[in-house]
Design a protein around this ligand. Sequence first.
Ligand code: HAM
Length: 417
Amino acid sequence: MAEALQPVRGTRDLLGEDQRRFAHVVDTARRIAALYGFDEWATPVFEDTRVFSRSLGETSDVVSKEMYSFTDRGGDSITLRPEGTAGVCRALVSNGLTQSLPQKVFYAGPMFRYERPQKGRYRQFHQIGLELIGPSEPQADAEVIALGHHILRALGIADQTVLELNTLGDAASRDAWRTALIAHFTVHRDALSEESRQRLERNPLRILDSKDAADRALVGDAPLIDGFLSDAARAHWDGLRAALDRFGVPFRINPRIVRGLDYYSHTAFEFVTEQLGAQGTVLAGGRYDGLVADMGGPATPAIGFAAGIERLSMLLNSPPPPPVPVAVVPVGEVAEAQATAILQAIRSRGLRAEAAYRGNLKRRMERANRIGAVAAVIIGEAEAARGVAQVKDLRTGEQREAAADDVPAVVAALVAA
Ligand code: HAM
């Protein structure tokens, strides 16, 4: 026998119930997004590498260590998308929509990052995401966050999460803060982890995010952005919190949230849970006012988020069950033709119906029970000759005869009961 091949490390097969959880998350998010006027876009799974290298930050882990990049047969550098925002901004510009604002975009699909796989962290994972491109008002930030919260509520998992909120200010605020952070951490340079020492000059904000114990001790008294906010950045931050109160979305301020991608300004937020161990961020995003310009468009404000479908699926109690089946049971060859017609008529009515391909009455009835059928439609030769069928309620054992044409209505009543 040939060697049995396995899925690539960090990828997963989603079978049956797992995929049903998954689909429930996507369907729910799509439905709630539509209530807020978001329309769905699908952009390609792979893009010109520059779409990501220009936008996510050369020093971010995603760009420097985690991209699936390759040169294709035509010599172009291609990257499997590690996230969806850059592609949506690229599409906005490519499709000439930069003057048709606002654009309210929903998307769902696979993303790829070469990360160390563990529970809740995969190399091929899936996101639902939303981008609101155009408005710069803090009310827009609050509405997007309220939409994220609405999706979590619709999935029945909002109570397991906390919204953590921060501001990263505008460019002027961030530059001043960055300088102060470099000064603070330079004093303690020798105590920093190797990784944070490397980040010190290039991206000191990310040190605040470090999981290293020694780093964490130094992060405690690092300067906060609050002391460096420009008047405009402070007004946005105050406006956001007031708007979130109006939407009735509870939040906790966490000045340590900096986000792993470099395109953010002003608002940064994460819905986190304690149920998933180390990978506790289920839905995260922020404002990114420079990204459309990075793609060759005009300066355009925008705000959005993405959520890991795998992580949301893990928090779901139970996914919606598959539809209840009706079993169609022909006995003898003559009955087969009539059985097929009835099978299709039941399905045309929008009900699930199944028939086995072989086996005697006993075998087929066993199978009907195994798949959890609520009713069996039994057609023997005598029934076939008279154009009728026996409809058996498998919960009560009651059986009645029905004309072939009436069978779909009779089983529909049993399914609904
Ligand atoms: P992100 O924080 O990199 O942001 O990812 C968003 C979410 O995707 C995470 O909170 C997590 O739930 C999920 N996720 C990320 N990496 C993995 C992984 N390796 N395995 C499983 N789940 C994962 C973004 O991607 C931004 N594009 C969000 C955004 C949209 N910002 C503005 N608009």
